[in-house]
Design a protein around this ligand. Sequence first.
Ligand code: ADP
Ligand code: MG
Length: 607
Amino acid sequence: MTKFEALGLQKSLLDAITDMGFETPSEVQEKAIPILLESETDLVALAQTGTGKTAAFGFPLIQKIDSNSRTTQGLILSPTRELCLQITKEMQAYSKYERNINVVAIYGGASITEQARQIKRGAQIIVATPGRMKDMISRRLVDISKIDYCVLDEADEMLNMGFMEDIKEILSGTPNDKSTWLFSATMPREVATIAKKFMHSPQEITVGAKNSGASTVQHEYYVVGGRDRYPALKRLADTNPDIFSVIFCRTKRDTQKVAEKLIEDGYNAGALHGDLSQNQRDLVMNSFRKKQIQMLVATDVAARGIDVDDITHVINYQLPDEIETYTHRSGRTGRAGKSGISMVIVTRSEQRKIRAIENKINQKFLVKKIPTGMEICEIQLYHLANKIKDTKINEDVDAYLPAINDVLEGIDREELIKKIVSVEFTRFFNYYNKSKDLNSSDNGRDRGEGRDRAEIPTSGAVRYFVNVGERDGYDWMSLKDFIRDTVGLGQEDVFKVDVKESFSFFNTEAEVTQKILDKFTDFKVDGRFVNVEVSKNPGGGGNRRRSGGGGGGFRGKRSGGRRDDDRGGRGRRDGGGESKGRRRDRSESSSPNSGKRRSNKRKGDFF
Ligand code: ADP
Ligand code: MG
């Protein structure tokens, strides 16, 4: 008996589950499904984004629907068109072995007559946004007076978006004895109000801590001058060559402006906000899903529908007004058991807001420094070397090889490597060479610029380079554990772990440097040398965890369990050739990604 079978699900669903490749139920599924199957009850289920809530209500709903009747029996309300379509698609996949179950999506921005037509054909389950639903009810195009089940999905987001009145109105036209299932990531007061007002002694299940952000997310902030937000953003992107991120701005105007600047500067960026047509938004979302867009700049409202699993970074270009909104933003990363990073760019005066967020999410932020130009160059250099190593040889060059050999004759291996690497590296170097420190603070002494030899420091923090990364199955948590366990260090000894695709950086205090270098001499894992070197750049110096935090919220019991999963399962699926598109785009345009227009692009640093 599979674990899904043990929850009481019927054969047709189990077969669909097998097809989808789900092996074990997630926690919210394990808790919710038996309750919903066994009893007619109202339910409030709180679980973070990415925990599988759709299936937690979707499976039981399908099992409970009478497919012989064409009456609408289930209504799922969800905040956005995106989510509506996503849920509908999922429900259709769940019910693929059921005969005669029709799931219809109802949302704004599409033909209402076409949607009405689909409903007329018989829809046992309707998935709707509140606005369009209300509209269709008032035009008598749907009948929800006989529903048995109403699901309020992403309830907090719906209320955030101002759908309270619509929801009340919709619910007032439904039977009193139906069951209402409310699913939400957080439990703000408005959600509690809905639960109280429209539900009858609901059962409650909570996965993880109430009102806390996903614990797989590391929160970081960077303090810069108000005018340095944009150059800071660029440096954050340049330090993470494989970034796949959502960047949040407060206004549509800023969103558009930042996206345009990024595109102009050669990044694969796109804008998502309410002033775009539905068609434009669809195009952007499609490119983002396909990772043709690596940096999606979005407003909070427009981003509500984003449900993409692999987002590596959320960047708060500006902080939101509401702390609750921060939770929603950072919840876009760290989904489906992966780890993610939520970065916040703040000015000095905004720092107090960080404290408020820490209190709310029950997690500490790391204070980090915007990387110096030379650090970025170093990272780009290693990235480039790895890219060359991983490049598949195109056999078609064979024909030209004799001629090429003639051209390159007399250049020895070492010189040739230097030249090849310089082709791309020089662009970054020229752009960032002598660039200013963007960190807004008085203590820039640890910056390390101008240091040209990696001597072994005897005090303070030491930054290391290690030749393993994401591709080897590490994330910042598991790499930290690996180093700690291998060298035999304490909980707090390894910090500022930055995992890149095929290499990483980390810090320790200088006292343990010798120990680390000794341990990693001729050290092999699975037959491969794991090489640790002192990095040329100390990486923002001895910037440990903010004091008073005692190490922050990342070492809860839970991380112990998670990290084992992560280690085995998180190798990259795509083998590393994926950044081609971006690279090509970038090298054809401007700063620091283009040699040609670089000089006049420098100005762009002061956006
Ligand atoms: P939520 O609504 O909680 O944000 P979703 O229902 O959108 O989360 O699920 C997030 C992702 O996890 C989806 O891609 C979904 O297909 C996947 N998923 C859900 N349940 C499971 C499971 N039991 N095993 C594997 N993947 C799952
Ligand atoms: Mg959901």
